[in-house]
Ligand binder design. Structure first.
Ligand code: TEU
Length: 561
């Protein structure tokens, strides 16, 4: 494949930005009800600006009964009661603009809440004007649901509506009915919602499960012959997908200087290009799940994670850039466990490995995403009982696991490494009661390690993870080479080291990451000598010879001659 020259890449603010994702429920409570809110975020804007990120992605803040913590929207133009009011939102946006922070909101266009006015109307009768906003099907002749599809958060994707005797489609929970994008009125509603928020002055959207908005309207059953493990073939990537996104671009995206990032479960680099290729007129960026699936067979079933495979995924996605698209770089978000517990060592090398992962994210070619708490090395929780968990996926997964003959003990054990709730515990601001998150008991338990792992402690320690992130962010945001420079993995087969270059013009960086608890040696590649250690996660770095000896989880960003 012809490789694109860094100098030839079109420079754009949205390629250079760094995103900080906030799960508003868990960031900062200002009202004292134990749930994070917008005023809480306002109170922490100085912290965020000081961290050195540029863009904030807020997980959904819209009115919602919170079956799936806001990913079930009942009014797309209003703020969730627990999070505050529109006045709070306006103040938040103003406070962000004062600090040169950008805002992207989470758009959930594939499904609404069943409590949305549209659905409340739609289920009244078969001829209600909103009926076609959703997918309805009569039962099969034998009374079974229209297809045998399994939902993410329920046994079936179909729920019977007693009033009209038909089933509605819900790929996620029964309270998240899928919107029918075949209906032009639905599409127009979504575009109007996007205009509403853009006109308030936000900078774009993260778009939830975008590949799901177009379905195969023949609704094929999954059976041994047709089911290859890829749910997406049934639920997602339908024939009109790109027509719809193209229309969204024409109607909304092309009209603003904005940034979009699609969530793309199951996509390949070739498919990603169809969304983000420069000549496609669809989205700016999309994020994939390849490295998120690397250590599991299914959501609650872990397998060993392999660095060689991880590196191959990173290099494979580099191709998207050469094909004319742009990448994203993230290791965690609200749907996955904490990154230091997953890809690092959250025990004896927590600090070192959290910094290493930060260096990885911030030296990738693609928009870096930092999920709140990563900057202080927050870890997974280790709860012993089911009643600690809040995520509906845990309860559905539990039922499915038991129904398949699995044991309770096995499931509880797996949750410690897999549950999304690991990443949803409150931000750890200090070591006071409730960690400075709230004046009352939080909606979900705090991570018991908060007295040791918190912002106040990190601010006081010059060698903290937080101060390392600040250093890295400052450097990243000033470096065109780290944004646009060519990426090359120099040791793809090494099981413990990730060593790569980022090069643009005369500026050359070597990044050496030791993903292991042991010392490792890197022989300086031919023609490369280090001139300067720019940033290292150990305080006494001197990596200037022919051989680099890396201590456990040591991470260095070296400038080459
Ligand atoms: O996630 C979509 C998605 O594919 C998830 O179901 C994911 O596979 C799962 O969380 C396991 O990682 C988006 C949101 O990010 C998620 O929080 C929502 O629950 C979901 O859509 C439904 O809106």
């Amino acid at each position: 494949m012809q490789k694109v020259k860094p100098e030839d890449i079109k420079q754009e603010w949205w390629k250079e930005t760094v995103v900080y994702q906030i799960y508003p429920r868990s960031y900062q409570d200002s009202s004292g009800d134990g749930v994070g809110d917008l005023r809480g975020i306002i109170n922490r804007l100085d912290y965020i600006a000081d961290l050195g990120v540029e863009t904030i992605w807020l997980s959904p803040i819209f009115k919602s009964p919170n079956d799936d913590n806001g990913y079930d929207v009942s009014d797309y133009r209003d703020i969730m009661d627990e999070f505050g009011s529109m006045k709070d939102f306006d103040d938040l946006l103003a406070g962000m603009k004062e600090r040169n922070l950008r805002l992207i909101l989470d758009l959930v266009p594939n499904h609404s809440s069943d409590e949305h006015f549209w659905f409340q109307e739609a289920k009244k009768s078969k001829d209600n004007p909103y009926r076609d906003y959703y997918y309805w099907k009569p039962p099969n002749e034998d009374g079974t649901p229209p297809t045998n599809w399994v939902s993410f958060f329920a046994p079936s994707t179909w729920e019977l509506d007693e009033t009209t005797g038909e089933y509605y489609l819900h790929i996620f929970s029964v309270k998240q009915p899928d919107l029918n994008w075949e209906n032009p009125k639905v599409r127009q509603e979504v575009y109007d919602i996007m205009h509403f928020w853009m006109q308030k002055g936000i900078d774009g959207f993260r778009i939830d499960v975008l590949p799901f908005i177009s379905k195969d309207l023949s609704f094929p059953n999954m059976n041994e012959e047709t089911f290859d493990g890829n749910y997406g073939r049934f639920y997602a990537n339908g024939p009109r997908l790109h027509e719809f996104i193209h229309e969204m671009n024409r109607e909304v995206i092309s009209k603003y200087d904005m940034m979009t990032v699609g969530e793309g479960p199951g996509i390949s680099p070739e498919q990603a290009l169809e969304y983000v290729g420069e000549d496609r007129n669809e989205l700016h960026t999309i994020y994939h799940f390849d490295h998120m699936d690397i250590d599991r067979d299914d959501f609650f079933k872990l397998k060993k994670y392999d660095l060689v495979e991880f590196k191959a995924i990173v290099s494979n996605w580099e191709r998207l850039i050469h094909m004319g698209g742009w990448n994203t770089a993230f290791l965690g978000n609200h749907d996955f466990p904490r990154i230091v517990s997953r890809f690092g060592n959250d025990k004896e090398y927590r600090k070192e490995s959290a910094k290493l992962l930060g260096m990885f994210i911030l030296t990738q070619r693609g928009v870096p995403y930092i999920y709140f708490g990563e900057e202080i090395g927050m870890t997974n929780v280790s709860w012993e009982s089911l009643d600690k968990y809040r995520d509906l996926q845990v309860f559905d997964g539990h039922q499915k696991h038991l129904a398949a003959g699995g044991s309770e003990e096995e499931f509880l054990k797996s949750l410690k490494h897999t549950s999304r709730d690991n990443a949803r515990t409150p931000m750890q601001w200090d070591d006071s009661e409730n960690s400075g998150f709230s004046s009352s008991k939080p909606w979900i338990d705090l991570n018991p390690r908060y007295p040791e792992i918190n912002v106040a402690e990190s601010e006081a320690d010059p060698n903290s993870i937080l101060n390392f992130y600040k250093k890295m962010l400052k450097f990243r945001r000033a470096s065109k080479t780290l944004v646009y420079g060519a990426f090359e993995d120099l040791m793809p087969e090494d099981p413990s080291l990730f060593v790569y270059t980022r090069i643009m013009g005369d500026e050359r960086f070597l990044i050496t990451l030791n993903f292991s608890d042991d010392n490792q040696t890197v022989k300086m590649p031919e023609g490369m000598t280090a001139k300067e250690c720019v940033i290292c996660n150990y305080s006494d770095c001197e990596k200037l010879g022919d051989e680099l000896n890396l201590r456990p989880w040591e991470a260095c960003l070296l400038r080459l001659h």
